[in-house]
Design a protein. Structure first.
Length: 382
């Protein structure tokens, strides 16, 4: 089959969950003999035409937060539909792109929309942005041939809101069985001798609450923060203000070196995961696969992935309590991380994830669709 993946920044994966999913799923589909095309935004890798067996198409985007995704996806869908390499199925990531589906409807190309998490809850989308995302969910229900959710909590939301079933295909957890430690020397860190955060600097990732809690704690091991925001603003400045007055906190900025990231995950005493609206989060699964003891923000998506887990937090006070407890009994904390790695290997396997995408593609080619099963109107609306 010819398969296209549209709506992300593309590969090599250096940004977020969608990009990781595209890279992991796309390379496996390509290895199984499918022709996989990934649409990428122009950047430092724009000269690449192939990656891990996937064909890459680089197209421009308007460099404005509210228009970047839509502008690039519009060009990508037009290219997929009319540039001579018509795919059999399009996997469209991000429900915000769903109003663009009519671009390919003329060519009768089936589209599966990966709806992600509850984007309209993200702080960066206020006013018209939240309204747009709410409407885009309805459009995805109405125009998408199938919807993909990466967590049961997201599937429950679409069932409750729209009365439609989605295909639940969670992400995978890459298992890191033998973590290296050599690169810790570059950062002056020791094995199981630091706390870790990896997140974009956005309010719904609760990096601020984590830093506030750690700052107020009696922890002696340093806190290493990996992350940034391409649209830096007041939130970023508040994080830097805390780091500036606490020499235990190190802001590393964005780290694109995947080997270094794996090293950081695998050797941390705790990984503090504050994501709250994105469904099953790949950084959480990466941490699990590296046996990082995860302390997560208490929402249904994180509990779904972690089960009981080593600990959950909602307030800075919770964070302070968790990091202090981890340092009191580091052996028990490390053992909890090893238990999470076993859980990740058992429940979140990229090969099984790829099976789900492949089977869905075959069903779409055969004509299966939920389009028309629901009106796209929220239950209870007039």
């Amino acid at each position: 089959m010819k398969l296209a993946m549209v709506g992300t920044r593309g590969v090599p994966a250096r940004y977020g969950g969608f990009e990781t999913a595209v890279e992991e799923i796309g390379q496996r589909l390509a290895a199984r003999g499918h022709e996989v095309t990934v649409y990428c935004r122009g950047g430092e890798d724009s000269s690449l035409r192939e990656h891990l067996g996937m064909r890459l198409v680089h197209l421009p985007a308007l460099r404005k937060r509210s228009l970047e995704t839509l502008s690039h996806s519009a060009l990508s869908l037009a290219h997929a539909a009319f540039a001579g390499h018509r795919p059999d199925v399009i996997f469209l990531f991000n429900s915000a792109n769903s109003p663009l589906i009519p671009v390919v409807r003329l060519r009768r190309i089936p589209v599966a929309v990966h709806v992600d998490g509850l984007e309209w809850k993200r702080d960066k989308w206020s006013g018209w942005g939240q309204c747009y995302y709410r409407q885009a969910e309805s459009v995805a229900v109405r125009l998408g041939d199938r919807l993909i959710s990466d967590a049961q909590g997201i599937a429950d939301y679409y069932r409750d809101e729209f009365g439609i079933e989605t295909d639940v295909i969670a992400y995978g957890a890459p298992v890191l069985a033998d973590p290296a430690t050599e690169r810790l020397d570059e950062l002056g860190l020791g094995r199981h001798d630091y706390h870790l955060v990896v997140a974009r600097f956005e309010p719904e990732n609760h990096v601020l609450e984590i830093l506030e809690g750690y700052h107020d704690s009696q922890a002696t091991k340093p806190l290493v923060v990996v992350g940034s925001n391409p649209y830096e603003g007041d939130y970023d400045r508040r994080l830097r203000d805390i780091a500036d007055v606490d020499d235990r906190i190190t802001l590393l900025g964005a780290v694109w070196d995947q080997d270094l990231l794996n090293t950081l995950y695998a050797n941390s005493l705790t990984y503090l995961h504050g994501h709250s609206v994105g469904g099953t989060n790949p950084s959480l699964l990466r941490a699990m696969g590296a046996a990082a003891p995860v302390m997560a923000y208490d929402v249904v998506f994180n509990r779904e992935v972690l089960g009981d887990g080593p600990g959950f937090f909602t307030t800075p006070t919770d964070v302070a309590r968790l990091v202090e407890a981890a340092e009191v009994d580091p052996a028990a904390t490390v053992a909890a991380g090893e238990g999470l790695r076993d859980r990740g290997a058992r429940l979140y396997d990229w090969n099984r994830v790829t099976d789900g995408y492949e089977q869905l593609a075959h069903r779409l080619v055969a004509g299966e669709s939920t389009r028309g099963d629901a009106s796209g109107r929220r239950r209870g609306s007039a």
